[in-house]
Design a protein around this ligand. Structure first.
Ligand code: BYC
Length: 318
């Protein structure tokens, strides 16, 4: 017991000195579990997050838009893979993580349970959803767990391109015909509040924050990041000539930040409990893809077994 406490104290000191924790280092079991929870949820978010945009690949309005959207959606798949690998360095089994997602036991970001009825949603997702993801992930580049932090550096570079392509779609629509501008405004109206919910509950309602901040897994709180995102995004909306759907939004000279209206937390908890507009559709799509990919997994396993058998024989013969 005393030995364990000493180890925990040493661990905290090591983290306080801004050192990175690597997979073979000693770590408290709760630190490991928190990371597996957060990183696997993050990986699931990337993979489920491909679905709302994939919906528009075949209907992109030009070849250029199609190529960019296709590349973006593929990037999200890659992000999911880096993140599952990062979680595996903590001893988590990828098949178990994926099964938890498919069984509806694991969370993924609330934002991906909303529909994408028009092309303007592709603009709003890139601008707002990737924009919010960048705010959160830039902070995670400095997270205390080495493999997670290194995955974030690469992911952030790709997310910046995603954000730019989304903003450029919004700019084209906002400066286009009256109908196009209305499409852009409607998409902003649909995505604004769900994007603010991406940062998670307010700090006083966030059960995991205090410990995660102490261990430097999280470096900024949910509310701090949400405020940063709002402060950065409001001028971007102004530049587009679009209106943020919040009558309480107002620059506050004293705080140097925008004040904003109340977030509908009932909607947020409803979505994360599985009752959002598209939760069933999203999980259904993942379950179908997993089933259809069964032969690929079987073939890859058969090939790996064959290679291992060959290596064993060669070693035996040597
Ligand atoms: N949605 O104590 P809290 C992308 C849960 S994808 C669902 O504050 P924590 C992209 C939370 O998990 C990248 N659940 O938790 C892809 C916890 O539940 P459990 C998305 C949420 O972990 C495709 C409970 O509520 N980014 O960029 O300290 C196309 C209490 O919360 C949400 C990430 O995944 C939510 N929004 O902080 C385009 C970021 N918020 O686990 C773009 C990685 C909270 O106790 N994750 N919950 O049952 C994080 O940074 C942190 O986990 C959070 C929450 C800030 C989200």
């Amino acid at each position: 017991m005393t030995k364990e406490m000493n180890l925990e104290e040493r661990f905290q000191n090591y983290v306080d000195q801004e050192n990175k924790i690597e997979p073979k280092d000693w770590m408290p079991e709760k630190y490991r579990k928190t990371l597996v929870r957060q990183i696997s949820q993050h990986a699931h978010s990337e993979v489920v997050g491909m679905l709302p945009e994939a919906n528009w690949i075949t209907r992109a309005p030009s070849l250029r838009r199609k190529v960019a959207l296709l590349a973006k959606v593929q990037d999200e798949a890659g992000h999911g893979l880096y993140l599952y690998s990062a979680a595996e360095t903590l001893g988590a089994d990828r098949a178990d993580m994926v099964q938890d997602l498919l069984d509806g036991k694991a969370k993924y970001s609330s934002i991906f349970n909303y529909p994408t009825p028009t092309w303007a949603d592709m603009g709003a997702i890139g601008w707002l959803v990737d924009g919010a993801a960048i705010a959160n992930q830039v902070m995670l580049c400095r997270t205390s767990y080495g493999p997670y932090s290194r995955a974030m550096v690469r992911i952030c570079k790709e997310e910046s391109f995603h954000q730019r392509q989304g903003y450029e779609i919004m700019m084209t629509l906002a400066k286009g015909t009256a109908v196009q501008k209305k499409m852009a405004q409607d998409a902003l109206n649909r995505w604004w509040w769900p994007a603010l919910m991406m940062f998670g509950p307010t700090d006083d309602e966030s059960p995991n924050s205090a410990q995660s901040m102490k261990w430097k897994i999280k470096r900024k709180s949910n509310d701090e990041l949400r405020q940063e995102f709002i402060d950065k995004t409001v001028p971007q909306a102004e530049y587009l000539g679009l209106t943020i759907p919040d009558e309480h939004l107002k620059w506050n000279e004293e705080t140097g930040h925008y004040d904003f209206g109340p977030i509908d937390w009932e909607e947020f908890y409803n979505v994360i409990k599985g009752n959002g507009p598209c939760n069933k559709q999203r999980l259904g799509a993942r379950q179908k893809a997993h089933k259809e990919g069964e032969w690929v997994r079987e073939a890859a396993n058969a090939y790996a077994n064959k290679q291992a058998e060959r290596a064993r024989k060669e070693k035996g013969a040597a």
